[in-house]
Design a binder for this molecule. Sequence first.
Ligand SMILES: NC(=O)c1ccc[n+]([C@@H]2O[C@H](COP(=O)([O-])OP(=O)(O)OC[C@H]3O[C@@H](n4cnc5c(N)ncnc54)[C@H](OP(=O)(O)O)[C@@H]3O)[C@@H](O)[C@H]2O)c1
Length: 341
Amino acid sequence: MRRELVCTEAGTPPRLTVRSVELPHPGTGHVLVRAQATTVNPIDAKRAAGYGRRLLGLKGAARFPLALGNDVAGVVEAIGAGVTRFTRGQRVFGLLGTGRAGSAHASHVVVPQDLLLAAPHDADPTALAVLPYSFTTMWLALRSAGITPSSAKGARVLIHGASGGLGRLAMQVLRPWGSEITAICGSGQRQASLDLGAQVAVERGPGCIESLRSDFDVVLNFANWDDDARLASCLGTSAMGQATTVHPLLANFDRLGWIRGAWASRRDYRHVRSIVASRAPKASYVWTIFKTDRGALEALAEGVESGRLALPIGIAVPFDNAIAAFDHVSAGQPGRAVLLP
Ligand SMILES: NC(=O)c1ccc[n+]([C@@H]2O[C@H](COP(=O)([O-])OP(=O)(O)OC[C@H]3O[C@@H](n4cnc5c(N)ncnc54)[C@H](OP(=O)(O)O)[C@@H]3O)[C@@H](O)[C@H]2O)c1
């Protein structure tokens, strides 16, 4: 049987239960993974409370009882027809898309082979499970803001939310690429940001964004939508772009319905877009939305293999105590939250 963690109804705190269902069979090109670890990401904690019910509902990803989770690390239990990359017993980690692909908060997860990576020898599944979703989102943000290994060299990059998961991973990628990083971080996190590769780190607080230089090539907002317009004012005239993962798209539709939600989102996007364009005519401005991406996974594999990528673990608990992991994330406690199925 497969044990899966589900939210029975939308609520705060989450209404969680563990149920047993038939063990799934991997179809063509798919792999059945016996999960050793999976992650509660910020999006899971929000979705458990009903966040994204309209837009994610279009993908079949908002109906309760709702199974959550995108990350998995474990051992290959069975392979479907046509699977060439993996064999039974192999240790792997990887990613599920959001929607009809299923959920990763389960003892067994069926994953397309393209979204799986071989785990490095002796790597800890807990350490691997916290990476795929966050890394992929961060990678998509970098790309949409125009950063590539060649354009990153010498680029002045401002990261808001540098002490969080996406921020830390961005620094771990950008530092070896030669970017000049300025980090806006939480209280008491300044030294950690410098240690991770920021040249300049400031703790957030009133006036902190205004006090920064205004010639950044790239701005990454992983922290707070309310700061997006002020961050755009930090771009220089030859900037490459700004990407934000904390846009109000899903919340607007939840709050205002289809028509007013679409109107509000267009207004919000255009407001910041106009500031970006006035600062830097050629700069892109993108609201990053997670999706699976093979290129991101290949970059993740390389980063893990070289030992460059890691996130601190804040809590690791079995399914029976999953509520503690959700609480950890909702309270913004430091470190990632891991479930051990
Ligand atoms: N659009 C998408 O598809 C997508 C995908 C993945 C993630 N996200 C979102 O992107 C954000 C970053 O993800 P993550 O995994 O890095 O989250 P995380 O680990 O919780 O980090 C969030 C960071 O933002 C800071 N922060 C939180 N609230 C803030 C506020 N009101 N003002 C300023 N800074 C604030 C935190 O500071 P402290 O360190 O002081 O707590 C932390 O550094 C999350 O909001 C997440 O939901 C969106």
